[in-house]
Design a protein around this ligand. Structure first.
Ligand code: PLP
Length: 382
């Protein structure tokens, strides 16, 4: 079954394969027995391998066991879940926070829960697949506006007669590394009486001294803003959360199907994530270190004549001519001990090497990437 279809995607250079890592997640990883410098991770603050985080998770594992055993609404919730939510309120300066099992589960659970058939959703064209799927699962009318085009958004939203309007955007776009124009989006939301739902998966722990995109823009949380953040990227764990006011989280507890009908996060993950959040709050130098590495790499790439636009964050796309050249460059880098994956359609509209820089990268790691890219340029690959 599916053999012909598989052959077809293989012919188009689009066959995906799962790689198995034989080491801990981190700036260096082992794949197929080979030690590689890892430029593919969203563990921006290198907290997945932090000894303090691991110690907390280990203690919870021993004291509370492996799985949560049930949904949060049955017996799966613990004081650890509640304590992490309180910490996330402090972290995001909101009245309330609610855990979800992943960013994917949050977007596919929350978007249908806050919308109905008398709702219009306005979604940026480069929003993450989980937002797209959340919109598909909703009964709302969905309007996709051109990437960051607030003029088009204004026109679309101004003509909608729906009772409820929801603007949905990634804060940091996951494949281009650019940042959504949140101040303008908030202005439009306020004028139109709309909800602004922001997916801060790649902003949490990265922007605004780690507090996220709202802090980055000097914005305060407000009633019509719902923030989604993940525990799976800069926080180095797994899971996600919504930070908003009390009535919204109360509504989600009663309506978000991915929360109601799914087993709660394991306590070890929750305790590990809480320690990671505490580290981010106590040690802003970690976030500064990430940005120092990003600056160094960007300057190096520009000195090689490599265009990194539109990146404004540790996600740096290096655009290439074709799917084939993306695969060739990725394997050229792999042969030089560097893991930087080729990202191709349909994940993105145009092929690229997606490089992510993290806190744990050393200057030597960054130089190795720059040297390999220079060599690739000399060989005519770039
Ligand atoms: C913008 C965005 N939202 C949501 C997700 C999904 O998060 P998770 O990996 O926790 O399911 C991702 C993950 O890649 C993402 O980039």
């Amino acid at each position: 079954m599916f053999e012909d279809e598989l052959k077809e995607i293989e012919r188009a250079g689009l066959l995906r394969k799962i790689k198995d890592r034989q080491s801990m997640a981190g700036p260096e990883i082992v794949i197929d027995g080979k030690r590689l410098i890892n430029f593919s991770s969203n563990d921006y603050l290198s907290l997945a391998s932090s000894p303090e985080v691991i110690r907390k998770a280990e203690k919870a594992l021993i004291e509370q066991g492996l799985g949560a055993g049930a949904s949060r609404l049955l017996s799966g919730g613990t004081q650890a879940h509640r304590a992490l939510e309180r910490l996330l309120c402090e972290f995001k300066s909101t009245e309330s926070a609610l855990l979800f099992n992943s960013g994917y589960a949050a977007n596919t659970g929350v978007i249908p829960a806050i919308t109905d058939s008398d709702t219009a959703i306005f979604s940026d064209e480069l929003n993450h697949a989980s937002i797209i799927d959340g919109c598909r699962l909703s009964r709302a009318e969905v309007y996709v506006y051109r990437h960051k085009d607030t003029e088009e958004l204004k026109k679309l939203i101004g003509t909608s007669k729906k009772r409820r309007k929801v603007i949905v955007t990634d804060t940091v776009f996951s494949m281009d590394g650019d940042i959504a124009p949140l101040s303008e989006l908030r202005e439009i939301a306020d004028q139109e009486g709309a909800i602004l739902y922001i997916d801060d998966a790649h902003g949490t722990g990265v922007l605004g001294n780690g507090r996220g995109a709202l802090t980055h823009f000097g914005m305060e949380p407000q009633e019509n803003i719902i923030q989604m953040g993940t525990l799976s990227k800069a926080i180095g764990a797994f899971g996600a959360f919504v930070a908003a006011n009390n009535s919204i989280t109360k509504w989600l507890i009663n309506t978000a199907r991915s929360l109601i009908f799914s087993t709660a996060l394991p306590p070890s993950v929750v305790e590990g994530a809480a320690e990671a959040v505490r580290i981010i709050m106590k040690h802003p130098e970690r976030v500064k270190g990430l940005w120092k590495n990003r600056q160094h790499l960007i300057e190096g790439l520009h000195s090689l004549g490599i265009d990194t636009s539109p990146s404004e964050t540790p996600i740096i796309p290096i655009r290439v001519k074709s799917n084939d050249s993306a695969l060739k460059i990725s394997s050229f880098l792999l042969n030089r001990g560097i893991y930087a994956p080729a990202i191709r359609p349909p994940t993105v509209p145009t092929p690229r090497i997606r490089v992510t820089v993290v806190y744990g990268h050393t200057m030597e790691h960054l130089q190795r990437l720059l040297d390999a890219l220079l060599e690739a340029k000399k060989c005519g690959l770039l």
